[in-house]
Design a protein. Structure first.
Length: 98
């Protein structure tokens, strides 16, 4: 299974729009449109998980730079996630630190 990054999306792009775009290349396992935690509004990018690595590579090659809803999409393989050294939202410095 390969995760494909889809960037520079129009903020009104839906999961159905992405499904229509990617389905000709193969089976889609999951689509995740990323929303801002504070506002709940889309951040303009998504991840599409495809069941087959070769189908995902074909989608990346064919769809990168394609226009969708007035925006030229950036499509590539998802970069590996970096490990965080400490939990998010916690600070050991500043006012109130012990």
């Amino acid at each position: 299974m390969k995760s494909v990054f889809v960037g520079n999306m129009n903020f009104q792009t839906t999961e159905a729009d992405l499904r229509i775009l990617f389905e000709p290349f193969g089976e889609i396992a999951r689509i995740n449109i990323v929303n801002d935690r504070g506002t709940g509004l889309p951040r303009g990018f998504a991840f599409v998980e495809m069941a087959d690595d070769i189908e995902a590579a074909n989608a990346i090659a064919d769809l990168n730079g394609r226009e969708l809803a007035g925006r030229s999409l950036t499509i590539n393989e998802e970069a590996p996630r970096l490990q965080r050294s400490r939990p998010r939202g916690r600070s050991d410095s500043g006012p109130g630190a012990r």
